[in-house]
Design a protein around this ligand. Structure first.
Ligand code: SF4
Ligand code: SF4
Length: 307
């Protein structure tokens, strides 16, 4: 299990390409290179992460289902004793994708389903008809039952500030945990007047829960401050060349000195301002990890509602 807080949870961007056109995705402004992870890079970093006991989540600024090796890599990670999750969206769940995803047996699938209000959903996800998205979500729910953990996440925007109770009830009635997160500007990169208005969290970034408890790795193996860095300049090293402890030391020094990346200065990600429970040592097993992140989520939600 992880010896380093920053590697309790790792977001691995196996591809930063995507065919969807979500309104709130700043992917078009990406200036770092686009591509998909090679087998060599995957092997080099996944061995280190499985040894460390990190929860690896295929996510990032792209669609992990666009990678041709995605299902094989999930199986490999599970086969070598690793824990792996994946974030997917309804636009990519067509044809045979959902059955193949469930058969690969990730520990958990997170389905991003922005809103249950048809007009808002279709504004946020142009190109994905709401009825089709709901049908795909239902198919995934049925396939996952008893086989794979599934949770669903939505987005609270200026248009649906009051949606979260009805949203969570809808999915809960089907036995699926869900939560809505406050829309934010992905490091100052989102522009969507009327849908998202930027909050001001000031200049202090030392408490950023995303930086402290998660590590973000690009398809090239680069470790960035987080996935909101579209330029690749908030670089902490490359995990193919470096050891986990080297990156962790850099992160922890930066937390003490204050994170000074440009992307952080214009960030209004709710986790940036989090004040999560501080335990002495990182969670040592799956149960402790689940409890830790559940506590953090609750605390962050209360903090956001009070702000
Ligand atoms: S599915 Fe994800 S990566 Fe693709 S456009 Fe939407 S938010 Fe961006
Ligand atoms: S402050 Fe914002 S941009 Fe910086 S690491 Fe945290 S979430 Fe990412």
């Amino acid at each position: 299990m992880p010896s380093e807080w920053a590697f309790v949870s790792v977001d691995m961007e196996i591809a930063n390409i995507c065919r969807a056109e979500c309104l709130l995705c700043p992917r078009d402004s990406i200036t770092r290179q686009t591509g998909i992870m090679s087998e060599e890079t995957f092997k080099a970093i996944s061995e280190k992460l499985v040894r460390e006991g990190s929860l690896i989540t295929f996510s990032g600024m792209g669609d992990p289902l666009s990678h041709p090796m995605v299902f094989e890599w999930i199986r490999e990670l599970r086969g070598s004793g690793g824990d792996v999750g994946i974030v997917v969206n309804p636009a990519s769940l067509g044809d045979t994708i959902s059955p193949a995803l469930v058969q690969a047996r990730p520990n958990v699938i997170t389905l991003s389903f922005p809103s249950l209000r048809k007009d808002i959903f279709e504004r946020l996800c142009p190109g994905t008809p709401y009825d089709q998205a709901i049908a795909r979500a239902m198919e995934l729910i049925n396939l996952s039952a008893g086989n794979v953990g599934l949770r669903i996440t939505g987005i609270l925007t200026e248009m649906n500030q009051d949606e979260h109770e009805a949203y969570e009830r809808f999915w809960r009635d089907m036995g699926i945990p869900s939560y809505m997160v406050a829309c934010h500007g992905r490091g100052g990169n989102v522009r969507a007047p009327g849908v998202y208005e930027r909050r001001d969290y000031g200049a202090k970034t030392g408490n950023c829960g995303l930086f402290r408890y998660h590590t973000f790795i690009t398809w090239e193996g680069n470790v960035l401050a987080c996935c909101h860095d579209l330029t690749g300049t908030a670089l902490l090293g490359n995990l193919v060349d470096s050891e986990i402890c080297e990156i962790a030391v850099r992160k922890s020094k930066m937390l003490n000195d204050g994170i000074s990346f440009t992307v952080c200065m214009q960030c209004d990600e709710p986790l940036r301002n989090s004040n999560p429970p501080i335990e002495d040592t990182p969670p040592q097993n799956r149960k402790e990890r689940r409890t830790f992140f559940r506590k953090m989520k609750l605390k962050n939600r209360q903090q956001f509602q009070n702000s």
